[in-house]
Structure formats: structure tokens, C-alpha cells
Design a protein around this ligand. Structure first.
Ligand code: HEC
Length: 185
């Protein structure tokens, strides 16, 4: 019985069950241990160190992946694709990525030059075509850089498609532009 007495109501002072009491002490101990481990920059473990280690590990994995798949990161190794599925995808992209707005659906040319003839302003062949799509044409001519909006693979498919239609005859071909002559054969 405690000495609390409120309007005749008394309070019993029971001994706490040991299992409860020890559970309580254990959680306090865990709390202190946890605090020291996580919030102080301890030698053995800290969130900051764990984070830094994981970032380090991630960077290593990216490097290893880049080494294992150079073709995905290095434009220099890209070549024209010949698989019909890639050409078909290139054709689809040519329409959906608004290339047709300036080059027309059959690539005969309107604002942009005819892409089917053998005259090139910026150079023919896969490498040049790929570079123009990636980096754009001369400033203020209207051909922008697409590398931030079209993936590498898709630019490769676009360039491959353009090469595949080389020598075809569009309905209203625009007069040849450019001093560089390049044709597929
Ligand atoms: C806003 C109009 C416009 C759009 C859209 C456009 N182009 Fe062009 N493109 C041009 C113009 C203009 C040039 C000529 C650039 C120059 O003279 O420097 C050009 C040049 C090119 C060339 C080089 C031709 C040469 O003779 O050297 C290629 C290849 C090409 N575009 C492909 C594409 C592809 C692929 C797309 C879609 C992703 C596209 N273009 C979208 C206007 C456009």
C-alpha cells in the first residue's frame, strides 16, 4: 500500500513482474548501444561510412560494367545495324521523333535536306550521320542535337535506317544539298 490517499481511494504498490522489469532494462541498454553505434561517428560503424562504402562499391560496379560493355558507352565502336528489326525500328523512330516534320516521311526533304540522295552537307556514312543526329547540324539551321532525348541505341537505329533508304526515290525529292558525296555502295 502506498501512502497516496485521494478521497479515500488508496493505491496498491505491487512489485513489478521481473520479466517486465528486465525487458525494460534491456530496451534501455539496446537504446544506448544503438545511439552510440548509429549517431556517433564510431570507429567500427557509422551510417556515413556505410553510405560512402556503398557509393564506392557502386562506382566500381559501374566502371566494371562499362569495361565489360564498351559498345554501350563508346560511340566510336558503333556501326550501322543491318538487322531488319532495327531498320524497322529506325523507320518508326524517324516518324515518331518528328524527323519527318523537316525531312518528310520518305526523307525527300523539306526544311531539312533530302536524306536519300548521295549529297551530304555534313558528311555521309554511318559515323557522320550518327554524329549529326547526336550532336546536331550547323548552328541555327534547324537540326538540333538529339542525344539528350533519343537513346544511343535509337540514334544508331535511326542512322542505320537512313543508310538503308539511301538511293531510294522520294515522291518530291529536294534538290541535292552539300558538297560531300557519299553513297552506300
Ligand atoms: C526542325 C527541323 C528538323 C528536324 C525535326 C530534324 N532535322 Fe535533320 N536536318 C535539318 C536541317 C535544317 C539539316 C541541315 C543541317 C545543316 O545544314 O547543318 C538537317 C540535317 C540532317 C542530317 C544530315 C544531312 C546532311 O546532308 O549532312 C541528318 C542525317 C538528319 N538531319 C537526320 C535527322 C533525324 C534522324 C531527325 C529526327 C531525329 C531529324 N533529322 C530531325 C532539319 C531537321
Amino acid at each position: 500500500m502506498t501512502d497516496h490517499d485521494y478521497d479515500g481511494i488508496k493505491e496498491l504498490d505491487n512489485v513489478l513482474p521481473p520479466w517486465w522489469l528486465y525487458g525494460f532494462y534491456i530496451t534501455i541498454a539496446i537504446g544506448v548501444f544503438y545511439y552510440v553505434q548509429v549517431f556517433t561517428n564510431s570507429e567500427t560503424y557509422s551510417q556515413k561510412k556505410e553510405y560512402a562504402a556503398e557509393v564506392e562499391q557502386g562506382k566500381k560496379e559501374i566502371e566494371a560494367y562499362k569495361k565489360a560493355h564498351p559498345e554501350l558507352y563508346d560511340d566510336a565502336n558503333l556501326v550501322a545495324l543491318t538487322d531488319p528489326a532495327d531498320i524497322e525500328k529506325g523507320k518508326e523512330l524517324f516518324a515518331t521523333k518528328t524527323c519527318t516534320a523537316c525531312h518528310l516521311a520518305d526523307a525527300g526533304g523539306s526544311i531539312g535536306p533530302n536524306l536519300t540522295d548521295d549529297k551530304w552537307i555534313l558528311g555521309g556514312g554511318f559515323k557522320n550521320i550518327y554524329t549529326v543526329i547526336s550532336k546536331g547540324g550547323r548552328p541555327d539551321k534547324g537540326m538540333i542535337s538529339w542525344e539528350s532525348t533519343i537513346s544511343q541505341k535509337e540514334r544508331q537505329q535511326l542512322a542505320s535506317y537512313i543508310i538503308s533508304i539511301q538511293g531510294t526515290t522520294p515522291a518530291n525529292p529536294k534538290a541535292p544539298e552539300g558538297d560531300i558525296t557519299w553513297s552506300k555502295q
